[in-house]
Design a protein around this ligand. Structure first.
Ligand code: CA
Length: 366
C-alpha cells in the first residue's frame, strides 16, 4: 500500500512536469522503477558565488540529494559562477550542451528571452506561496517548458528566496524625486522600472556588488534579504536598508537541464531530479526564514544601519510604472503576452484568497 502510494506520488510529479509520457516511451518501464545500472556524470554551472548561503549551498545540496537518492548513478559536479562559465552565461552553456545542468534565475535572460522574467519574479507580482501554486498547479510549469523548448532546455523550479528587501542605499529615498539619477544594481523588470523613474539600473553578479557599493560606483543595490546581504557585508557599505522588496516579492530559482542530457536519463533518475528540485524549494524556504530572522535581528541592533520603509508615494509611483512596462512587454512579445495572461489571472484569483488568509492573519500579529 505504502509502495503504491509512493509510485502514484512520483508519477504525479512527473505528470505535473509533462514528462511521464516520454519517460515511459524511453524505458518501457513504470516511473519509479530502477531500470538500468548505467551511471551518469554531469556538471552543473551556477550564477552564484561558491558555497554561498542559500543560493549556492542549494546547488551543493541538489547534487548531494541526487547522488544519494540515485545510489551514485547520477553524479553532478558543482561549478560556482565564473569557475567554468561566467555567472550570466549559464543559460547558453546548458543550451549548447557544454554542460548538462545549470542553476540560476530566469530573469537573468532578459534581452534573450524576455518572457522568462515571469518565472523568477516580477515587481508587485506573486509571493513564494503563489508562485508554487501557479508553477505546480496553475499551468506555470507547462508554459515555462514551452518557452525554453527552442533552446533545448528543460526547466525546473528549484528554490525561492521568499520576499526580498528593497535594498541598500547610500542616499535617502524620501520622495520620487530621489530616484532621479540613482545608480543602482537591480536586475530584471525592477531595473526597467527604476530606469523609467529616472535612475540608472546596473546588472552585476553577486560577487561584484560589495566593492561597487563601497567605492561609490553605485549608489544603491538590491541583492536578496538580510541573510544574504549580511554575508556580503552590504551593511558595511551602505547605511539605509529599505523595505519591502517590491521588485522581487517571491523570486523562484531555476534548475535547467540540457534536453539531450535529460532524454538520456532513465525514468527513475528523471523522477529523482524532479523531486530533488522540489526538495530544494522547500529547503531553501526554511533556510531563508531562519537566516533572515537571525540576520535582521543583527541589523536592527547595529547602530550604523537604519532599516526603513519606502514612502507610500514612492511605492505607488513604482507600481504605476510597473504596470506601464508590463503592458509594453506584453504588447511587444507574444510569448510574454501568453505567459502574462496566465500569471495575471492566477495572481488576481490568489490575491483574493491571500487577502483573507496570510495577509489578514499577519495583520493580527502586527
Ligand atoms: Ca534580488
Amino acid at each position: 500500500m505504502k509502495r503504491m502510494k509512493r509510485r502514484q506520488f512520483v508519477g504525479g510529479l512527473a505528470a505535473a512536469a509533462g514528462v511521464t509520457a516520454c519517460a515511459r516511451q524511453d524505458t518501457g518501464a513504470p516511473a519509479g522503477a530502477a531500470v538500468t545500472n548505467q551511471t551518469f556524470e554531469w556538471s552543473v554551472v551556477t550564477s552564484w558565488p561558491p558555497k554561498f548561503p542559500g543560493l549556492g549551498i542549494a546547488v551543493d545540496n541538489l547534487a548531494e540529494y541526487i547522488d544519494r537518492a540515485s545510489a551514485g548513478r547520477l553524479k553532478i559536479k558543482v561549478y560556482a559562477g565564473g569557475e567554468l562559465v561566467p555567472p550570466f552565461e549559464v543559460f547558453d552553456a546548458v543550451s549548447r550542451g557544454t554542460v548538462e545542468m545549470g542553476h540560476g534565475a530566469s530573469y537573468y535572460h532578459k534581452g534573450k528571452v524576455d518572457a522568462a522574467q515571469f518565472f523568477t519574479s516580477i515587481p508587485f507580482g506573486m509571493t513564494q506561496l503563489e508562485m508554487n501554486g501557479w508553477i505546480y498547479y496553475g499551468g506555470g510549469l507547462e508554459l515555462w517548458r514551452e518557452l525554453y523548448e527552442p533552446f533545448d532546455l528543460v526547466p525546473f523550479m528549484c528554490g525561492n528566496t521568499g520576499v526580498q528587501m528593497g535594498g541598500w542605499f547610500n542616499k535617502e529615498i524620501n520622495s520620487v524625486a530621489d530616484l532621479e539619477g540613482l545608480k543602482m544594481r537591480i536586475p530584471g523588470l525592477g531595473g526597467e522600472v527604476l530606469r523609467r523613474a529616472g535612475g540608472t539600473p546596473v546588472t552585476l553578479p553577486g560577487s561584484e556588488i560589495f566593492t561597487s557599493l563601497q567605492t561609490g560606483a553605485i549608489d544603491a543595490t538590491e541583492w536578496v534579504g538580510p541573510y544574504n546581504d549580511v554575508s556580503f557585508g552590504l551593511h558595511q557599505a551602505a547605511k539605509y536598508y529599505y523595505y519591502p522588496g517590491w521588485q522581487e516579492p517571491g523570486p523562484a530559482l531555476e534548475c535547467i537541464v540540457n534536453r539531450e542530457a535529460w532524454d538520456s536519463l532513465p525514468a527513475d533518475l528523471k523522477a529523482i531530479v524532479e523531486i530533488a528540485c522540489q526538495a530544494i524549494t522547500t529547503d531553501m524556504a526554511a533556510e531563508y526564514v531562519n537566516g533572515n530572522s537571525n540576520a535582521l535581528r543583527q541589523l536592527l541592533d547595529d547602530p550604523e544601519v537604519e532599516v526603513r520603509a519606502f514612502p507610500p508615494d514612492v511605492i505607488d509611483y513604482l507600481k504605476s510604472i510597473t504596470e506601464e512596462i508590463i503592458a509594453e512587454l506584453v504588447a511587444a512579445d507574444p510569448a510574454a503576452a501568453k505567459i502574462h495572461a496566465s500569471y495575471r489571472a492566477y495572481l488576481d484569483k490568489s490575491a483574493d484568497n491571500q487577502r483573507i488568509s496570510e495577509q489578514a492573519f499577519l495583520q493580527t500579529r502586527s
